[in-house]
Design a protein around this ligand. Structure first.
Ligand code: UDP
Length: 445
């Protein structure tokens, strides 16, 4: 069935094209390569779950193929689902600045920022979703997986669809601005299932579909996370002007107030009082659906006040996956001083590299770090500074902590487990057995 466009004629700014939504080329990955990392039991579960799904058609839809966690996850999940025997596509919705301004306001509202949405913002959100729905046919698909709020209202235009629609929320919904959440709620209620990272994120609301809880995962074999020697990491960082003989603190994240890069600079300054040789790298990609990114990037640059030991780098400086890997591998400590955080893939990425991680005590970070055992959880720049000083004072102890963190990531936050959960959900949606895999639902206590 093609989308029904009823009373939502697109504005002249967003004329529908005759093209389908653009496809993302995800390349190829092979499940067999993960056999040395995942347990044999997990690999068997994946194979059993994949069997009845052979040939099923899956469409992932998201707002961007670049920058941020959703893109990071899909570049691995989509090709691995394909290797498991499903027919999988990932498509990106169209948008322009006016739409991304609204979706950023929605994102901020869902993470608790005050202020609602005015009539014009609501109109823009609906119009772009209607326009994108007009470029989509649900007919070829068995499952349509919609990521995050930006395309959440596509489903409004497919009443009676034969596809199973699943909505995946990736952000921190623990304290949503209710007005913003209530705007999205009617759309979310139309889905067949919704997935949240944490139980605390599932909103109190009537009419929600069955809600499942599972965290995302990192790909241990992707260029971002594959083994990189300390020598190679130093060689790469040297080319960015980092003094590889002196300690480095790093935060890798979008330039976004919720990631608190200014708080990271405050923490670094406090560390520098005791360790004058310390350097700081803030590595942040610019996502095309994040209009606030540039403003906040500029604010972050000014906040450094020209300190030559602070390096602000992004994809604009050719920092790609391998370079992020090198920064994480080389750092004395990795920070993720978020104020809100859906999950925080960067935490697992750093722990996987056995790096000491100092991170905000928020959202999905607390599932990755047990304070004092696998890393450091902090509530302020002062606490972040204290934790970094503890790491620099006692690197051996810090490394032991990080190794425990790595083991926690290995057991819980690597891609094969994520693939297993998706395959189990697809089977469950079709009424199939789930090979003994018990998915956690919001109803369970
Ligand atoms: N990332 C990157 N380059 C950057 C900044 C971020 O590759 O300059 C990646 C980072 O390594 C991680 C993802 O983007 O894989 C961010 O995911 P996370 O869950 O930490 O935060 P989100 O951006 O989804 O809020």
């Amino acid at each position: 069935m093609r989308a029904i466009l009823v009373d939502l004629a697109p504005s002249t700014a967003v004329r529908p094209s005759l093209e389908m939504l653009p496809l993302v080329n995800v390349g190829h990955k092979s499940l067999a390569d993960y056999a040395t990392i995942a347990t044999r039991g997990l690999m068997q579960e994946i194979r059993r779950l994949a069997e009845p799904l052979r040939g099923k058609r899956v469409l992932h839809i998201s707002a961007t193929a670049f920058g941020g966690g959703v893109a990071e996850i899909n570049y691995t999940l989509v090709p691995l689902m394909a290797d498991a025997g499903l027919e999988v596509e990932w498509r990106i919705i169209h948008g322009r600045e006016e739409f991304y301004d609204v979706t950023k306001a929605i994102h901020n509202g869902l993470q608790g920022a005050p202020g609602g949405l005015d009539a014009e913002q609501r109109r823009i959100f609906r119009e772009y979703n209607a326009m994108n729905a007009g470029e989509l046919s649900d007919e070829p698909y068995d499952f349509i997986v919609v990521h995050d709020p930006q395309p959440a209202a596509l489903i409004d235009h497919f009443p009676g669809s034969s596809a199973r629609w699943i909505w995946r929320g990736h952000i921190d919904f623990s304290t949503p601005n209710r007005e913003v959440f209530d705007f999205l709620l009617p759309s979310i209620c139309r889905y067949d299932a919704a997935i949240f990272h944490l139980r605390e994120y599932v909103p109190q609301a009537d009419g929600l579909p069955e809600c499942f809880i599972w965290p995302p995962a990192i790909d241990p074999l992707a260029p971002k996370n594959m083994a990189l020697s300390p020598e190679d990491a130093s060689y790469i960082l040297d080319q960015f002007g980092i003094d590889v003989e002196r300690p480095l603190l790093t935060q890798v994240s979008r330039f976004d107030p919720w990631k608190d890069p200014l708080g990271v600079i405050d923490a670094y300054r406090l560390v520098k009082e005791r360790f004058p040789e310390v350097q700081l790298a803030l590595v942040g990609s610019m996502a095309h659906d994040d209009p606030e990114g540039w403003d906040f990037y500029n604010r972050t640059v000014s906040y450094t006040a020209g300190d030559p030991d602070v390096f602000i780098l992004s994809n604009m400086n050719n920092v790609g996956a391998v370079e992020v890997n090198a920064f994480q591998v080389h750092s004395a400590a990795v920070l993720q001083k978020s104020i809100r955080e859906g999950f925080g893939l960067t935490v697992s990425e750093a722990l996987w590299k056995s790096r000491p991680v100092v991170a905000g005590r928020v959202g999905g970070i607390v599932t990755q770090i047990e304070d004092g055992r696998t890393g450091w959880l902090v509530d302020s720049p002062e606490q972040a500074a204290e934790a970094c000083k503890a790491v620099l004072d006692n690197p051996e102890e810090a490394r032991r902590t990080a190794l425990r963190g790595k083991e926690h990531v290995r057991r819980n936050f690597l891609t094969p487990r994520l693939l297993r959960d998706w395959l189990a959900l697809f089977n469950r949606q079709l009424g199939n057995e789930t090979a003994g895999v018990e998915l956690t639902t919001a109803a369970q206590r």
